[in-house]
Design a binder for this molecule. Structure first.
Ligand code: C5P
Length: 347
């Protein structure tokens, strides 16, 4: 038994990768998550509430158990209380409000292990992307004047953003520093093939900034069967931008792939799914059910219904996630928080 502790405010695939590495160091991974009060005291108010943060961490497949309201400083007493042999943290230092290393005590007693930070993603970077809701997001032309960009928020049409960057990078992924590798996908993938008797459920979408609304949706979807095999079709960045507008997606398809694979309700991901759920796709994966949440279904480029085929076959289900959170509303929270001068916690 071992444990890792943090705020887990804006959970991204960097956190998931930390939990994956931590799990590999032992048998049973306990994750301590701080309360809102504790985070506010040391770092400023979090963007997500403690209940949202607890649920989000629970949905990550490498997590065996969570401790709600874990103390900010990890002491030997905390480790003993949860019968953890050691604790794990990334290779960066976390300080308390008075500048002390929060792992000082456990480090001294040799009950501390370190895992590697994931290159190319951090909360600070993601918040930066959200605040840069302008043409530079997808155009790859560097600007650093946040004020100018936020003034343009929402006023720049998606098609005017299709400018090829000066270095010839893809306009759709130029903003991300993350380098996808086959190794990372293998580490995150379930590796499970559908078994006889499984119900194969297909869902498609952007799943941008993978959040608790997505988790609630996928959990509800997986509850539709005793033996669910959930395949998530991820639309390419260009497709997402066509129907979501502004400068969406905030995370490119490589990043969204890892976020979705880290979720315990997901069995497989299609990286770059066709927007229309065609008969070929349904036959290829032997899909039994197609699900969509209560959110709007945007028409295809030619105005047609992307779910026409599963609707015709009578296998389209609307699933209520009972959660109204959207990527857009998260971006609004972040913008509000930054203008209130609050800090976004980065661990
Ligand atoms: O908007 P996006 O494409 O990321 O949504 C992916 C799927 O998650 C859709 O089926 C959508 O209806 C569902 N969803 C949901 N509840 C939310 C957010 C998304 O059911 N709060």
């Amino acid at each position: 038994r071992h444990q890792t502790t943090a705020g887990y405010d804006m959970v991204h695939y960097g956190h998931s990768n930390q939990l994956r590495q931590a799990k590999a160091m032992g048998d049973y991974l306990i994750v301590g998550v701080h309360t809102d009060g504790e985070i506010s005291q040391h770092k400023g108010p979090p963007v997500f509430t403690q209940d949202e943060r607890y649920k989000m961490v629970r949905a990550i497949k490498w997590v065996d158990e969570i401790v709600e309201g874990a103390p900010y400083v990890t002491t030997l007493e905390t480790l003993d209380k949860y019968t953890s042999d050691f604790c794990v943290h990334g290779d960066d230092i976390t300080l308390t409000v008075d500048g002390k290393d929060t792992y000082e005590e456990v480090k001294r007693s040799g009950r501390y292990r370190e895992c590697k930070r994931t290159q190319g993603v951090s909360t600070t970077d993601l918040v930066g992307r959200m605040l840069l809701m302008t043409k530079t997001h997808h155009s790859n032309i560097g600007h650093s004047d946040y004020q100018q960009h936020t003034d343009n928020f929402g006023k720049v049409g998606p098609m005017s953003t299709l400018i090829q960057g000066p270095k010839g990078h893809s306009p759709w992924t130029g903003v991300s520093q993350f380098l996808q590798t086959s190794q990372k996908i293998i580490q995150f993938a379930s590796g499970q093939e559908p078994q006889p008797g499984d119900t194969i459920i297909y869902v498609a979408g952007a799943f941008d900034l993978f959040h608790i609304g997505h988790v609630d949706f996928l959990e509800a979807v997986s509850r539709l069967s005793d033996k669910p095999y959930v395949i998530v079709g991820l639309h390419f960045d260009q497709e997402v931008n066509r129907y979501k507008g502004k400068n969406y997606p905030i995370m490119n398809v490589h990043e969204r792939t890892l976020s979705v694979l880290a979720c315990r309700y997901v069995s497989e991901v299609v990286i770059g799914a066709p927007y229309a759920v065609t008969r070929e796709l349904l036959d290829h994966f032997k899909v039994d059910l197609v699900c969509h949440g209560k959110t709007e279904v945007h028409p295809d480029k030619d105005g047609s219904d992307p779910y026409a085929e599963p609707r015709k076959k009578g296998i389209l289900h609307t699933v209520d996630s009972m959660n109204s959170l959207t990527t857009d509303s998260i971006v609004q929270r972040i913008i509000k928080n930054s203008f209130n001068d609050a800090t976004v916690t980065s661990s």
